[in-house]
Design a protein around this ligand. Structure first.
Ligand code: ITT
Length: 196
């Protein structure tokens, strides 16, 4: 469909530059599709489902742009002993009680299991396609020095010792986002008849 000089461009709409940087890196590794960034504060509904939040944000975004290929991503940290809280409210909770507040809620709690989820909603030929990625892990006992957002307190099970922040660049090879973006790229490569 596209020749070597005319590659499609897909737009990622988000106010979060860290997310764009990570996604861009994955695109460079896995596809010839170009990634563009639309820096925009997304309208988010209150819902227990990241899929619903992402699909709503995407539709709002599409109404306000003229991009054909556009996606958004909604992430959430689901803590087992808090019945999945903060989940879809992760951004609000980080901005209010912060990482110290989360650790206080887990004071003396032995069950620190949690899941980091990434949910992507893509507009493709007037349809909404959803791609998700999840990583199991646990909440650290203290805040580590590195990383952004929840990275300093989330320890993925596949490492078991270091937080996402302490893993540095390796985070982006194993993260919830890496899994979801991989599924998105596989879909786009197939639909657009591209191979890396
Ligand atoms: P947009 O909605 O504009 O894309 P956002 O920062 O609000 O940006 P989310 O709602 O998806 O993004 O993120 C929920 C919260 O989780 C927010 O506070 C992020 O900083 C944090 N977060 C998301 N992905 C993360 C990751 O990979 N590592 C650490 N924290 C993350």
């Amino acid at each position: 469909m596209f020749n070597s000089v005319e590659f499609p461009i897909v737009t990622f709409a988000s106010s979060n530059l860290h997310k764009f940087t990570e996604i861009k890196e994955i695109f460079i590794q896995k596809t010839s599709i170009k990634l563009d960034h639309l820096n925009i504060s997304l309208l988010e509904i209150q819902s227990a489902s990241l899929e619903e939040v992402a699909a709503f944000s995407l539709n709002e975004c599409v109404r306000n742009t003229d991009k054909d290929l556009i996606f958004v991503e909604d992430s959430g940290l689901f803590i087992d002993c808090l019945n999945g809280f903060p989940g879809p409210y992760s951004a609000f909770i980080l901005n209010t009680i912060g990482l110290n507040g989360i650790l206080s809620l887990l004071n003396n709690v032995p069950n620190r299991k949690s899941i980091f989820q990434s949910t992507i909603a893509l507009k493709f030929q007037n349809q909404t396609k959803i791609f998700t990625g999840q990583v199991n892990g646990k909440i650290a006992m203290q805040i580590s020095d590195f990383g952004w957002g929840y990275d300093p307190i989330f320890i993925p099970d596949c490492d078991g010792k270091r937080t996402f922040g302490e893993l540095g660049d390796k985070k982006n090879e194993i993260s919830h986002r890496f899994i979801a973006v991989g599924k998105l790229i596989e879909f786009l490569n197939n639909q657009l008849h591209l191979v890396k």
